[in-house]
Design a protein around this ligand. Structure first.
Ligand code: ADP
Ligand code: 5SP
Length: 421
């Protein structure tokens, strides 16, 4: 029986599924945590991948990695990280992003050039930050990869054994690869990085393999985690996905590249040769975990509490910008709790306000996607926070379109496994 593995190396953890390649049946699931924080040594992702793989990755016939998007993995000439990777949710590059937008003549220019207006999350902004704040690290940077590119390279044997590659889905989140033209914009990279010209991974065609592991397993191109989820769910026209992990993302499949000068919609490519317009917020599942921590309850208790308060939480509103925010672009923002009264100052009202706040933020993102002519006939809610039943219930109230919560599953990892198959 041929077997394939799919890896989701996302912000908080690494998840692995091993499947029967013919039937899709899941034969093994593994998970290992990533360290906390917004800068991480890439070696920690590798350790988590091996742990989650539980020795099985050497025995499958093929595998692929879908990873958190945008993270900057800057490598020296020998292929070693010059510093810890800066993750998508690290907002120190906010000023750098704003400067890049101004320097090119405004958001419209970026939307036309690469489909996405830089914000702190984008790799191009992180490169600018590195050049400005750690020039010695920038000078040593000979190669730039994304998290999934780096893991794919390690699987193929790493420096000296394999050529680093990426795919169009993840490349489209860098800010220096154009989904519309299917090519790198080396000029934008050099502009951001003080004239430096690090090597970039070759962008594979959809379904073009990256190489083989030292054990002989075929390694597929892999992709970004949101592109992986789209593959895993097998979405079609009219489907919009809301993924509630560390990020809250709202995306759909599209035949044409998006170019939103408002900056809300990122005009990404997908892993199949099409496109994946996407809106990303910085505050999703962790709004619930932080609220549960404040209330000193479990996530199951939080779910129960939220159900006992009335819709609207009696006027209690949690504006959930707990990690700053990406959409709207308010990297320095903090959260606010509004509308406290004697009767709403209760654990149940706060629990409900947290779920509603998280979902209303995502509902705004859905509106931004629709404003770019994306049709939403139904919304599929996935990701860690979708495991809370109350989330699906309230989502149906706030999104204003039919909502489906698919069976809780690691759809990103399944998408990677499907690509490998
Ligand atoms: N039953 C649940 N209710 C609410 N949140 C949950 C539940 N189960 C998991 N989560 C949260 O989901 C998050 C992990 O989701 P995941 O999609 O794996 O995130 P990421 O892709 O960013 O690593 C964690 O913050 C976790 O606490
Ligand atoms: O930055 C983005 C999308 O543009 C995020 O969606 C990351 O790709 C991380 O995803 P999660 O780990 O939160 O699922």
């Amino acid at each position: 029986m041929p077997t394939v593995a799919g890896v989701d190396s996302s912000t908080q953890s690494c998840k692995v599924v091993v499947c029967d390649a013919d039937t899709g049946e899941v034969l093994h699931r593994g998970r290992a945590p990533h360290p906390e924080g917004t800068e991480i040594a890439p070696a920690a992702w590798w350790r988590a991948l091996r742990e989650a793989g539980d020795g099985l990755l050497d025995r499958v016939d093929a595998l692929a990695v879908a990873g958190q998007q945008h993270g900057l993995v800057a490598l020296d000439a020998a292929g070693r990280p010059v510093r810890d990777a800066l993750l998508w949710n690290d907002t120190r590059s906010a000023r750098a992003a704003a400067d890049l937008v101004d320097e090119l003549g405004g958001p419209q220019q970026w939307a036309e050039a690469v489909g996405t207006v830089p914000v702190a999350a984008l790799t191009v902004a992180k490169l600018r930050w590195l050049a400005a704040h750690e020039p010695e690290h920038a000078d040593r940077t000979a190669r730039v990869l994304l998290p999934h590119d780096w893991l794919t390279w390690q699987l193929c044997g790493g420096p000296g054994r394999a050529e680093p590659v990426t795919d169009r889905g993840d490349a489209s989140g860098t800010g220096y690869w154009s989904p519309a033209q299917g090519r790198y914009r080396h000029d934008l990279l050099a502009r951001a990085f003080g004239g430096r010209a690090p090597q970039l991974p070759r962008v594979l065609d959809p379904f073009e393999p990256a190489g083989r592991t030292p054990h002989g397993a075929l390694v597929a191109a892999g992709t970004g985690d949101n592109m992986g989820a789209a593959l895993g769910l097998g979405i079609g026209p009219g489907d919009v996905v809301v993924s509630l992990g560390t990020s809250g993302t709202v995306f759909a499949r599209a035949a044409h590249p998006a170019a939103d000068p408002s900056g809300a919609v990122a005009g990404f490519a997908d892993a199949t040769g099409r496109f994946l317009p996407l809106v990303c917020t910085l505050n999703a599942a962790r709004v619930l975990t932080s609220t549960a921590r404040l209330l000193d309850v479990t996530l199951d208790d939080l779910d129960r509490l939220a159900r006992t308060a009335e819709p609207g939480a009696g006027g209690l509103v949690l504006l959930p910008y707990l990690g700053g925010e990406r959409t709207p672009n308010l990297p320095e923002a903090a959260g606010s709790l509004l509308g406290l009264r004697h009767d709403t100052m209760s654990p149940a009202h706060l629990a409900r306000a947290a779920v509603e706040g998280m979902l209303c933020n995502v509902a705004d993102a859905l509106d931004r996607l629709r404003a770019q002519h994306v049709e939403a006939r139904r919304v599929l809610v996935i990701g860690g926070a979708a495991r809370a039943p109350v989330v699906g219930e309230i989502a149906a109230e706030v999104f204003g379109v039919p909502v489906a919560v698919p069976e809780p599953e690691e759809y990103v990892a399944l998408g990677a496994a499907r690509q490998a198959a």
